[in-house]
Design a protein around this ligand. Structure first.
Ligand code: GLU
Length: 427
């Protein structure tokens, strides 16, 4: 059966809803998105032809504030993937206690096949399709897979042209100098390592004596690697997608991965040149090899459904911590195996919440029209992430529950309270 991320998100929710004894009205409200949009985007291509793309936006819940979440440019994007990701955004904003709800958007497209001008037209068309459904006080998009600052500024420009004014709070992840926040690009990866560092301290593990293997080499993975190396850890393996071969590969070097050196041989789609990497002494291994390494720490920082019933038994025997940089990397079946092995998991919507936390800081700075120094942004980010991590760990200890369930308990409780207070559900 094909993997369905939304079924997985609902399964995770139902489990914790049972443990929390949630009322039927709260369950009915929170296990479905409040609103969802699916639409076509006819685009004039550079060669004069027309192509029709599918666009999506799902607003899962806005009980605690405007919906918030990125827009993915993903081949074969489906409404169910966007639903799952929107749901996880609700829990993500709640677990770090920022006044935002959850949303997510997507366009079914492959950026390998699109020029910059075609991508610009797609961005503008997406905003036109949703111009009255999104906005600073309704639903605030941001970058995600295959979208960056320049996509955000095209979207903002289109939104401002329609609404005739300046609305920098419409979108986050904007370039610095165009309403963006310093530190936003690094924030997700740095946040992952902030929670990992706190976890090491809690578990009595000396991070400088650890070895890690990371899946991915995109924005989240890169800055996670950077921060982990700065803290003195040893990075053994990273991985990336290879579009020509339509599969991913791992790049392993026992003496340590040098991310700056690898970045120099990485193209604009995030693909590392295999021949050049071999020349630098890296072993090129199959896509799942990152799981099998003799390491203490695994960081899935690529896609959903990577640690599943088929792959979970590949996890190396010395792994102590899994820090989930990606959204939904681990399926409920794999969770059972991880739990039985006693591996400590920092669950995705806690671990990778640094991006949206910094997006919130970006909104705050835009609203004040006063921008902070990078150190100030990053120290506020650290505070938020550490506080959220310790609250979840404490819940895990107090209730004797799996870390993912502990994070869900905190997040669901906050969202449920806000919805009950508004009269949307009953206790
Ligand atoms: N796309 C990021 C995420 O999955 C960031 C969302 C945001 O900044 O709104 O958390």
């Amino acid at each position: 059966m094909a993997f369905n991320p939304f079924e997985m998100a609902q399964k995770q929710f139902d489990r914790v809803a049972d443990q929390l004894n949630l009322s039927s009205s709260i369950r009915a409200l929170l296990r479905e998105p409040m609103r969802e949009y699916a639409f076509t985007l006819p685009i004039r291509m550079d060669d004069g032809s027309m192509r029709v793309f599918k666009g999506y936006r799902v607003q899962h819940n806005d009980g605690r504030g405007p919906c918030k979440g990125g827009i993915r440019f993903a081949p074969n994007e489906t409404i169910d993937t966007v639903r799952a990701l929107a749901t996880w955004m609700t829990w993500k904003c709640a677990v770090v206690d920022i006044p935002l709800g959850g949303g997510k958007g997507g366009i079914d497209c492959d950026t390998h096949e699109l020029s910059m001008t075609e991508q610009e037209r797609l961005c503008r068309a997406w905003v036109r399709a949703l111009s009255s459904e999104v906005g600073p006080v309704q639903d605030v998009p941001a970058p995600d897979m295959n979208t960056r600052g320049y996509h955000m500024i095209w979207m903002l420009d289109e939104y401002e042209a329609i609404h005739r004014g300046k609305f920098p709070g419409f979108i986050t992840g904007k370039p610095v100098g165009s309403g963006g926040s310093l530190g936003r690009t690094e924030a997700t990866g740095y946040g992952v390592i902030c929670t990992l560092n706190e976890a090491c301290k809690t578990l009595g593990i000396d991070i400088t004596k650890t070895r890690a293997s990371i899946q991915g080499f995109g924005n989240v993975a890169y800055y996670a690697c950077e921060r982990y190396l700065k803290l003195g850890g040893k990075l053994i393996c990273v991985s990336c997608w290879d579009n020509a071969d339509k599969k991913s590969y791992c790049f392993k070097r026992e003496s340590g991965v040098d991310i700056v050196e690898l970045k120099k041989i990485t193209n604009e789609h995030g693909e590392i040149d295999k021949v050049a990497a071999k020349g630098l002494g890296y072993e090129i291994l199959p896509g799942d090899a990152w799981l099998e390494q003799d390491v203490d720490i695994l960081v899935p920082a690529a896609l959903e459904n990577q640690i599943n019933a088929e792959t979970v038994n590949k996890i190396g025997k010395n792994v102590k911590i899994i820090a989930e940089g990606a959204n939904g990397p681990t399926t409920p079946e794999a969770d059972e195996v991880i739990k039985a092995r006693g591996i400590y998991v920092i669950p995705d919507f806690l671990c990778n919440a640094g991006g949206v936390t910094c997006s919130y800081f970006e909104q705050v700075q835009c609203n004040m029209n006063y921008f902070w120094e990078k150190d100030e942004v990053l120290s506020k980010l650290d505070q938020k992430m550490s506080a959220a991590y310790h609250a979840v760990h404490q819940m895990h200890v107090d209730k004797g529950v799996y870390m993912r369930d502990a994070a869900y308990m905190i997040a669901i409780d906050r969202v449920a309270k806000a919805c009950v207070a508004r009269g949307w559900a009953m206790n």
